[in-house]
Design a protein around this ligand. Structure first.
Ligand SMILES: Cc1cc2nc3c(=O)[nH]c(=O)nc-3n(C[C@H](O)[C@H](O)[C@H](O)COP(=O)(O)OP(=O)(O)OC[C@H]3O[C@@H](n4cnc5c(N)ncnc54)[C@H](O)[C@@H]3O)c2cc1C
Ligand code: SF4
Length: 552
């Protein structure tokens, strides 16, 4: 192998995990190679086109996976610089303190993590600053303790959402402002990078104002001359040395050929499904069931949350442009009459006729799709699914991905749905229509019943779980493979349980934590990295400089 292909660190994948890790490692001076199978999302008007994004699915992969019965799955996932953070809704939540312990659910036990909330807390604080989270401490009734206030004020509610906030408060709930990673400066609208548009959740940001891993981590890291990014480069296999204890080579498809790279430390961060698949594809004599898979846990315990979208349609219109500002966690751990966790209520981006046409809901009486879109509040509900070893990623004979999943722990979600319906039916404040303003709650029929289908893998996690016991986990508590000394995994696959809030901030915080460990292992400096001056991530909203080194 030529010296040109030897590095100190290889990171595979540039999403929430890989991108954030790169941010941490870039200023160390270590030679870092980043392999990303996708390319940059082009900046073009279609970025904000509901037809291009939601109907034509222009930016999603056209890869075909299969379910356990051999049916085609067209995964709703994106291969690009920044990974799925380019398309996410940027709702950036910490897990709750109790999510780190064992938690009894109606459907079984949510297992404890091998680290405690306090281990991650400083990194949550740092990740919130890095990803420009706008929110207010003390509002969310289940929020864990934090060592610092949010650096940015919450994103304000538009009038319809403010009314909903007041209505829910009047019913005894504690709705709160969703923590959001958008570079919005409401005090200085003319200078604000974010313009508060309707096409945020599920769309790339045309004006580069979403706090995603490309804008805030990868692009600034490329200002350091020790960092090399190869796009359009898909890692296909990891090879080990004869002992099986070290990754000795990373094979990748690039420009139609195969290349081989080598590094002292190899970090896999391809997303939970692709990371498991890569380890399974890397089976060899020393690792016959897949790399680092002596426990037989690689690919198992796939989780993706119990998710649904519910449209609440009223006779009064909902003219909200940016709808994601409100959340409800009052039922997260249960309620007075149900002693088990139910989950989290928030919003998706405002649905429009075009998007609805891709998965038309049952129509409200007297409404067209257009009218429904103009009159709906579009809720997103998340409940925890539990790890089940039979819910898993495996490979077919051609090395393609097979995703097997049987839903579990659904009763809490059903009850959460019922709670939301009751709350909406309990609203009596409409001055024009009184009690009869509320027409009903409708699921988009894109979903199975009210549920996101298997192809909706946005919240994928759990397939390469971390733990203390090598017989039941793949990674140790520092996300290093129990069986392979120089192999780490930092995407969402390390989760031993899925909790019921969105996963990305936890992936980011953990990547910073693992980054500190890798720097220590390599004898490098561990200060948080500075966002390079004049980089696209330097929006002037928040200085995060604490490092004396300068990028080239
Ligand atoms: C529409 C949508 C909305 C979402 N909204 C939210 C939200 O509001 N809040 C939240 O917390 N989460 C949200 N999520 C989920 C969030 O985006 C993910 O949890 C997060 O991106 C996971 O990070 P990751 O590092 O595990 O994987 P990813 O971000 O998916 O990154 C994986 C990277 O690896 C690359 N890759 C894959 N295989 C290979 C290979 N073999 N070789 C090289 N590169 C490879 C991919 O191209 C990608 O860049 C949303 C997701 C979607 C799709
Ligand atoms: S301008 Fe703001 S609201 Fe619109 S996509 Fe960008 S970050 Fe999201």
């Amino acid at each position: 192998m030529s010296e040109a292909n030897r590095y100190d660190i290889i990171i595979v994948g540039t999403g929430a995990g890989g991108g954030t890790l790169l941010h941490r490692l870039a200023p160390s001076g270590k030679r870092i190679l980043v392999l990303e199978r996708g390319d940059y999302v082009p900046r073009e008007p279609d970025n904000w086109s509901p037809r291009a994004v939601n109907v034509e699915r222009k930016y999603q992969t056209d890869e075909v996976w299969h379910d356990v019965d051999g049916r085609d799955l067209h995964p709703h996932t994106n291969y690009c610089v920044g990974g799925n953070t380019k398309f996410y809704g940027a709702a950036l939540f910490r897990l709750r303190e109790r999510d780190f312990g064992e938690l009894r659910h109606h459907g079984g036990i949510s297992p404890a993590w091998p680290i405690e909330y306090d281990d991650l807390e400083p990194y949550y604080t740092e990740a919130e600053r890095l990803y420009r989270v706008h929110a207010m401490r003390g509002e969310d009734p289940t929020e864990p303790p934090a060592s610092a206030p949010y650096a940015h004020p919450p994103v304000s509610h538009e009038p319809r959402i403010r009314v909903l906030h007041e209505d829910l408060s009047a019913q005894g709930l504690r709705p709160f402002h969703t923590p959001l990673g958008v570079m919005l400066d409401e005090a200085r609208p003319r200078q604000s990078p974010c313009i508060r548009c309707p096409t945020c959740d599920g769309y790339p940001c045309l004006v580069s104002a979403k706090a995603d891993a490309q804008i805030l981590c990868v692009d600034p890291a490329l200002a350091w001359d020790n960092v090399t990014l190869l796009t359009g480069t898909r890692a296909t296999r990891l090879e080990t040395d004869p002992s099986g204890r070290e990754v000795a080579g990373v094979l990748a498809r690039r420009n139609g050929g195969e290349e081989r790279f080598r590094a002292d430390v190899v970090v896999v961060s391809c997303g939970a499904i692709n990371s498991a698949a890569l380890l399974l594809r890397s089976a060899n004599d020393r690792h016959p069931r897949g790399l680092a898979n002596g426990s037989d846990m690689v690919g198992r315990n796939y989780m993706g949350h119990v998710n649904s979208v519910l449209m609440a349609v009223s006779k009064c219109p909902n003219p909200t442009v940016f709808q994601k500002s409100l959340s409800v966690n009052d039922f997260y751990f249960g309620s007075e009459d149900w002693d088990a966790p139910m989950g989290h209520i928030s919003f998706v981006g405002k649905l429009d006729r075009e998007t609805l046409s891709a998965g038309a809901p049952r129509l409200a009486p007297g409404f067209t799709l257009e009218l429904m879109a103009r009159h709906s509040l579009d809720f997103w509900m998340t409940s925890e699914d539990l790890p089940d070893p039979d819910n898993c990623v495996t490979l077919d004979r051609d090395g393609g991905i097979v995703l097997s999943y049987r839903p579990n722990n659904e009763e809490g979600h059903r009850r959460l749905t019922a709670q939301l319906k009751a709350l909406l039916n309990g609203q009596r404040r409409c001055p024009h229509h009184g009690d009869s303003c509320h027409v009903g709650v409708f699921a988009r029929s894109l979903f199975v019943g009210q549920r996101i289908p298997l192809a909706g893998v946005a919240h994928q996690n759990g397939t390469v779980r971390f733990g203390r016991d090598p017989s039941t986990s793949v990674l140790d508590p520092m996300c290093r493979a129990h069986e392979v000394d120089n192999l780490y995994v930092v995407d969402a696959s390390f989760f031993p349980s899925s909790a019921a809030v969105n996963p990305a901030l936890t992936v980011m915080a953990n990547a910073l934590r693992v980054g500190d460990h890798i720097l220590e292992r390599l004898g490098a400096r561990s200060e948080p990295a500075r966002i390079a001056p004049h980089s696209p991530g330097n929006d002037g909203l928040e200085p995060v400089a604490r490092d004396a080194r300068s990028p080239s």
